[in-house]
Design a protein around this ligand. Structure first.
Ligand code: SF4
Length: 368
């Protein structure tokens, strides 16, 4: 008899909140904090609710991004999480901006891996004239040859530099806020949160899309994570990469501990609720911290990096293609997933060189 069965909640507060968001309501900071504080028992209900929002704005699509570390190390800034900073002893490759041929080789690999967006990333506080000119020169060639979208991550930009990037055909600029305004001095002292906001405003004025996110796990509070999500909402950022700190030996954050995979899921869900229309990308630290919960993460986020990070190896692309296929999702703008029975796509020489030279795993910088 139905009446004698134990009562089961057919709806959860998270589904109600998702319904409100789908009706156009904004989540409050208190509600965002409640998402981060929610229990493990509620986790699947939370994912389910966040999936409703994902589905409305992105369906079952996944957008792949491909990172090219176009200049590595040699940075005068002191971002405490970054292996490329002046205060890092991490044994990473150090080189100046790559040649045209190397950048084109990376673009070819990005296209072969079914990426829609090729991210050209250089380390440093801000680009110099030579670097801006190199980007201006290579971007039209990449777009014409491979039809990729271009995201440039070059550090702090003034208005004129942003306009030059727009004129060259760059689609979006990445510049991460990384954390809250209050916590920023704890992660960097050579530039400020306000400097970063100014760059994002310059990028917006130039008519470019904004790509900006952050890093979870640097010792910040849950309130700081919420504040960052709301700062991104205020800026109407189109694309949010959410990193999970990969603590690197040789950096001031080398002692930070592993994050709970479930906390990572809650953080992704909170960003999805607060920024429902923004593309949400699970970025650096995905494999390390989400581990076996990566598919749950992708039910909330709608984008990932395929292949390696700036100086760290990602998981094999075939594992990502399989995950996407197993979830019943499809890669945006791509004709078909590769046959999962085929051998893995071999890493061309450029990627191999990058992986082998990274003797210690390091993570994406703020510039990525
Ligand atoms: S995150 Fe960017 S600006 Fe900061 S130290 Fe690393 S490369 Fe330099």
């Amino acid at each position: 008899m139905l009446t004698s069965m134990p009562s089961v909640a057919l709806s959860s507060p998270w589904r109600t909140l998702a319904a409100n968001v789908l009706d156009g309501a904004d989540v409050s900071k208190a509600q965002a904090l409640a998402i981060l504080d929610s229990s493990d028992e509620e986790l699947l209900e939370l994912v389910n609710a966040a999936f409703e929002i994902r589905k409305k704005h992105f369906g079952k699509t996944v957008q792949l991004y491909f990172l090219m570390n176009a200049k590595s190390g040699l940075c005068p800034e002191d971002c405490h999480y970054c292996s490329q900073s002046k205060i890092s002893d991490a044994p990473i490759p150090k080189y100046n901006i790559l040649s045209r041929d190397k950048l084109l080789e990376g673009a070819k690999l990005a296209a072969e891996r079914q990426s829609k967006t090729y991210c050209i990333v250089i380390s440093g506080r801000a680009p110099n004239e030579r670097e801006i000119q190199a980007i201006e020169k290579i971007v039209p060639e990449i777009k014409q040859t491979f039809g990729l979208n271009i995201c440039a991550c070059l550090g702090l930009l003034n208005e004129s530099q942003a306009q030059r990037l727009a004129a060259a055909g760059v689609d979006k600029v990445n510049h991460n806020l990384n954390t809250s305004q209050d916590y920023y001095p704890q992660i960097c002292t050579t530039h400020t949160f306000e400097d970063r906001i100014e760059t994002l405003k310059n990028v917006r004025k130039a008519g470019l899309e904004l790509c900006s996110g952050g890093i979870i796990g640097m010792g910040e509070s849950r309130q700081d994570i919420v504040e960052m999500a709301f700062s991104l909402r205020e800026l109407a950022v189109e694309s949010i990469p959410l990193n999970f700190l990969h603590a690197i030996d040789g950096t001031p954050m080398q002692q930070k501990e592993y994050l709970s995979a479930r906390d990572c899921i809650r953080a992704l869900a909170m960003f999805r609720f607060v920024n429902p229309r923004s593309e949400l990308r699970i970025a650096g630290g995905r494999e390390r911290h989400l581990r076996s919960l990566q598919p749950l993460g992708l039910m909330i986020a709608n984008s990932i990096f395929i292949g390696d990070y700036l100086t760290t190896q990602g998981q094999a692309p075939l594992e990502d293609y399989r995950m996407i296929e197993d979830l019943g999702f499809e890669i945006t703008g791509q004709a078909a997933l590769p046959e999962t029975t085929q051998a893995d796509i071999p890493h061309p020489e450029i990627s191999q060189a990058k992986c082998q030279s990274a003797s210690d795993p390091t993570q994406r910088s703020c510039c990525g």
